[in-house]
Design a protein around this ligand. Structure first.
Ligand code: 4AD
Ligand code: MG
Length: 426
């Protein structure tokens, strides 16, 4: 008999089905053996009665054994998912050893056994949602005539400051793992207009936080003839589209993760906009010790959005705390034309974006002020010499968005094999 998926088997009430997967739960008594089987589409309970020919083999199964089961599909209110298979035949493809992951393991143990923990329901649900995030992002960009490009990961430039660079020995020359594709995307707008990329980005983050990874997935866009407002409009449309798709496709997974799909359906443009100036005043009113000029940290971002249901743009930060490439605000040269997008419910920054400085003199001044060797940026300065135009772009941390969408405690739950300061294994 042909194999069907577990989801397909549930549409075969009263008929025979043959499913294939791994033992998710196993319980044996004298009167029956209950095996819950898992595949990529779901779980189903299979019940072996003592008179079934493979009863003894079913009794011996251990968690995560690979099996094939054939039987008759029945409705059963008590079974998880509402259906069960009255098992008639069992084939053990691989009898597993005793699975090391049992209930109530420490987070550290689960990280050491990540290659096995990736089979868990939570990780599986997260990865399915992440897939939809990436597919729907591409879908949106494509529908708006943006071009996906493939920038390098090995680079000689620091885009986001020297302190979080991973240095590599590039054939005897100093090289780095990319922190952001931005500078390369800026070069590509001159031929393609609106470009985006989805790449790993690397940050040697030496602090342990719940929202920093050493390696994360970065979705970046850059557009010619776009100002800071256009940039925000792009982001709110893109993120709204992603949220709608995830809600439509994954309502069951979201509910299991504790996220109400309605929370995502509510994400629609326009998002709230708040100037940095006003943000500081709001925070001071709440009694938080912060002065104009200081960067917003985890605490401040949480205070600003704890009661928000949709994302909030904080705009026009002080120039001296932001990267050299952000355009000086013509109305207030102490600030730049930028926007950080904060997730709802206090989850913090998800996107960093800005209009880019086109004034080559100002760019050189900013590089010098930060003691960045101009020599390495000559190619970048060239972009201001040959048909320079107003342009803007942004970078979205995929795991930051997933963390909010899936209500995850720690960002390392938003990636199958997290890379953090203390972990490169497995
Ligand atoms: O704000 P960032 O540093 O901005 C840039 O890299 C720009 N060059 C992007 C651009 O304009 N093309 O990083 C962008 C986003 C952050 O908002 C955050 O979501 C994510 O990248 N991010 C991290 N995510 C996980 N772990 C880390 N260590 C991250 N650092 C930044
Ligand atoms: Mg940022």
């Amino acid at each position: 008999m042909e194999i069907c998926s577990i989801r397909e088997s549930m549409a075969r009430e009263g008929q025979k089905a043959r499913v294939r997967g791994w033992v998710y739960r196993h319980r044996a008594s004298k009167t029956a053996v209950f095996v819950i089987v898992r595949d990529a589409t779901g779980i189903i309970q299979c019940t072996f009665k003592p008179d079934s020919k493979n009863f003894a083999d079913a009794e011996k199964l251990l968690m995560e054994s690979a099996i094939e089961i054939e039987g008759t599909v029945k409705k059963d209110e008590r079974a998880p998912g509402g259906f069960e298979i009255g098992a008639e035949c069992l084939k053990t493809i691989h009898l597993a050893e005793r699975f090391p992951i049992t209930k109530d393991q420490s987070p550290e143990f689960l990280l050491d056994n990540r290659h096995l923990w990736v089979r868990s329901r939570q990780m599986t649900e997260m990865m399915k949602i992440k897939d939809t995030l990436l597919v729907s992002a591409r879908e949106w960009f494509h529908s708006q005539s943006w071009t996906e490009v493939t920038p390098p990961i090995l680079t000689s430039n620091a885009c986001e400051g020297g302190s979080t660079l991973f240095e590599i020995d590039y054939f005897g020359q100093k090289g780095y793992l990319s922190q952001s594709a931005q500078l390369y995307l800026e070069a590509l707008i001159f031929s393609l207009g609106k470009v985006y990329s989805i790449t790993p980005s690397f940050r040697a983050e030496k602090s342990r936080t719940r929202r920093h990874l050493a390696e994360y997935w970065h979705l970046e866009g850059e557009s010619a003839f776009a100002g800071n407002d256009d940039n925000m409009k792009t982001q709110e449309q893109l993120i709204s589209h992603i949220c709608q798709r995830i809600a439509e496709k994954h309502s069951a997974e979201l509910k299991e993760l504790g996220r109400d799909p309605e929370d995502l359906l509510r994400i629609k443009p326009p998002f709230k906009r708040l100037e940095y100036d006003s943000a500081i005043k709001i925070l001071q009113k709440k009694g938080i010790q912060i002065e104009w000029g200081a960067d917003l940290g985890t605490e401040e971002e949480r205070e600003l959005t704890a009661n928000e249901k949709i994302p909030v743009f904080v705009t026009n930060y002080p120039k001296h705390i932001k990267a050299f490439y952000m355009r000086e605000n013509p109305k207030d040269p102490r600030t730049v034309l930028n926007a950080d997008l904060l997730a709802p419910e206090g989850y913090g920054e998800m996107v960093g974006g800005s209009e880019r400085e086109t004034d080559i003199k100002k760019l050189i001044e900013r590089l010098e002020k930060e003691s960045i060797p101009i020599k390495n940026y000559e190619w970048y300065l060239d972009l201001r010499k040959f048909g320079s135009v107003q342009h803007s772009g942004f970078g979205l941390g995929v795991e930051r968005l997933i963390r909010w969408v899936c209500k995850l405690e720690h960002i390392n739950e938003a990636v199958p094999f997290p890379r953090t300061m203390n972990r490169i294994y497995p």
